[in-house]
Write a protein that binds this ligand. Sequence first.
Ligand code: F6P
Length: 543
Amino acid sequence: MKNTNPTTTEAWKKLQAHFENAKDLDLKKEFEKDPGRADDFTLQWQDFYVDLSKNLITKETQTLLTELATETGLPEAIESYFGGEEINETEKRSVLHTALREKKTANVEVDGENVISEVYEVKEKIRAFSQAVIEGSKKGYTGKPFTDIVNIGIGGSDLGPVMVTEGLAHYKNHLKVHFVSNVDGDHVHEILEELNRETTLFVIVSKSFSTQETLANSNTIRKWFKKAAPAEAVARHFVAVSSNVPAVEEFGIETENIFPMWDWVGGRFSLWSAVGLSISLSLGYNNFESLLKGAHEMDEHFRSNSFEKNIPVQLALLSIWYNNFYKAETQAIIPYTQYLHRFPAYLQQAIMESNGKSVDRNGNAINYQSGNVVWGEPGTNSQHAFFQLIHQGTKLIPADFIGFKNSLFDDKEHHDKLMANFFAQTEALLAGKAASEVRVELAAKKLSEAEIEKALPFRVFSGNKPTTTILIDKLTPESLGKLIAMYEHEIFVQGIIWNIYSYDQWGVELGKQLANKILAEIDKNDVQEHDSSTKKMLKFYLS
Ligand code: F6P
């Protein structure tokens, strides 16, 4: 892969000069000037309609950003990514979540070995296991079929599965799925209160099988289980997904109940692997396959389309435009479906754990901004929460609006209301409301001139706030697969242009180490040297 400081490229210099002229771009005027703007900036692909026209860009911006992608080596990097090169250099690993959704006939090599047959072996294991649990042929220790599944995992071993099972809840079967992630004991005990040992299956998901939270929760749950069930029943009720087979066996899980995963799949990109077992259990294997199929379609789109027509590339370029030129700090993700209420949280890990880096691929501190802050909530709830700040606050917050043409219950009345809000918000953010319009409105309410003048500044909306609209036909396993993969590739493109390593996460280690040290001090009731704030609080906690 090329190793270029993006700010030293010709394209960056041109973008900087272009920004000096473009920064005052008035979107409303751009639309007035160019009746073809929506056509020019809309990408339509399969069931995806992606409208970029309400962004603070011109055709020249797009051309220059595309040049930046080329100059920083994106074309070659895409081939390295899909080709299984060790692009995660700091961990010496390939990054091949795309191989998990490849066709059976594909050839994807890691260390000279085609990994696709192994991928399909594990998929077959997931299929057979899910089917047996769903149809009830696999039973608990008293011979009853399973009714509840508990996914025990954190980070990528939780967020992907929980986001998808909630996101596709409409397609789920009779099994009730619970997620235990936090080491907060109140959470695990609250969930255990709902469960019947005889009919509950526990799926421990931990790539490393060394994560404190997951091991603590698994131990607590196994202890709870053994309180009223015979020890040998553990083997029937606990399965694990991990790449650390010895540690899983040591925990007491039988080899046949271990679903392997691989070093070349990063935790936050792992829902396509056996980490998605709870997805397959709750939605059925066919739906899990459709999710993978959708992601594969997006992989193909990303890999084969020119940058101008490439949805993930264009989204990544826009994020760079705002982040590095407009200096926007955050990006909002607003899905207009309650089903996707965990989608922003899922993307927070995917995006921020990947691109929250300040050292480049040479090991040097970077002199430009990298990963932005991602946040969001479903619309319309978010409209009644934080939209005030997006409309009238002082910060520039580019937002992705994700909506669906069709609802799942076909309640047209509700869906039209929901979608009217969806369209209205991006229009309002673009157009704003001029003082002249406010004046007319207030005059119609019979306010005096003096009252109008006083009220005016608070009711004016500047508009010119950028949004990207992603309108999809319907929320299905396949379309959700495409949507997730779209953001995965956006993350990749950002990382290439920012010249950072997107697939490690050293930044989460320090806190883990210190927590272990502090836990030992708490256990011994012996507070050691810390800064005075930490020391005083620890003493207060122990008192
Ligand atoms: O938060 C750090 C992290 O390593 C994530 O990248 C990962 O998804 C999570 O912890 C869980 O790790 P594991 O699956 O190994 O338990």
